[in-house]
Design a protein around this ligand. Structure first.
Ligand SMILES: [Zn+2]
Length: 209
């Protein structure tokens, strides 16, 4: 489904990577804000990296401080739904409710359209069309760090080593995981040493064609 949707949907509605015309990659973190967020932010700061955080409305309601802090430090907040329910399983009003409740907690986006990443990357044509009608650009990823399938920081590092990365990549990570946090400094060292600027998804897309 994902492959077909990516071929058919215009980039304003569905994005998996940037154009790659500049040596930039977007680091993304799903499922926060989580109690480990301050430690993630400290690592990102050390490398001058900005990232996009696909946040759950329910977690934003509980950890408003985390949301405000990541915004204050120049990162991009975006939607990951309110309850992490899979979008294809939701009727149109339930999906709208997930997105509206979350949007009410997030700052006004700087991108032309607000960004949303569907929980577990679960997509259907109907869900994609509903997100588009509600004004969203759906953001997937082009490189999965696999950090939800391993607890070994070395595996996460290997998956995102510079030789596996190309300009324009959108890289998927998750919040709230010690092994991801442990892997981050080496990953960011590798990417910055390879000459990559670490930008938000909004900046990557604004970087142009
Ligand atoms: Zn998620």
């Amino acid at each position: 489904m994902r492959g077909i949707a990516e071929k058919l949907a215009p980039p304003s509605l569905l994005v998996t990577r940037g154009a790659g015309s500049r040596r930039e990659v977007a680091i993304t973190f799903d499922d926060g804000p989580d109690p480990l967020l301050p430690e993630y932010l400290d690592v990102l700061d050390r490398f001058g990296a900005r990232a996009t955080f696909f946040l759950l409305g329910g977690a934003c309601a509980k950890r408003r401080d985390g949301l405000l802090e990541l915004v204050r430090r120049g990162h991009e907040p975006a939607s990951h739904g309110y309850t992490h329910r899979r979008f294809p399983s939701l009727a149109a009003p339930a999906l709208a409710y997930e997105l509206d409740r979350t949007a009410a907690l997030l700052p006004v986006p700087r991108t032309p359209r607000p960004l949303v990443r569907p929980p577990q990357g679960a997509l259907s044509f109907a869900a994609l069309a509903r997100c588009a009608r509600l004004g969203y650009t759906t953001v997937m990823w082009s490189l999965d760090s696999d950090d939800c399938r391993t607890e070994d920081p070395k595996v996460v590092m290997a998956r995102t080593a510079p030789e596996r990365v190309a300009p324009g990549e959108i890289i998927l990570f998750h919040e709230g995981q010690r092994w991801t946090l442990e892997a981050l400094p080496e990953i960011l060292t590798g990417l910055t040493s390879a000459g990559y600027a670490l930008v938000t998804v909004g900046e990557l897309l604004a970087g142009g064609a």
